[in-house]
Write a protein of this length. Structure first.
Length: 66
């Protein structure tokens, strides 16, 4: 089992997708991490965060792009 590193995201600047309708039902992404993409639920900003490798996040975005 791999140990998950603990990242301090307390000073992260979060942004919503430009495709967001302006509500709270979307994901937010923190910029400024060259190799990682932190993601959180906009409805629960103090809840858990997911951290993806940048290459994995890019592949996900490419797969869901319409």
């Amino acid at each position: 089992m791999r140990k998950t590193p603990n990242y301090d995201l307390s000073t992260a600047t979060w942004r919503k997708s430009t495709y967001s309708a302006g509500g709270n039902d979307c994901l937010e992404v923190a910029d400024g991490h060259p190799t990682l993409v932190p993601v959180r639920d906009s409805k629960n900003p103090h809840g858990p965060k997911l951290i993806f490798r940048a290459s994995t996040w890019a592949a996900f975005i490419d797969a869901v792009r319409i």
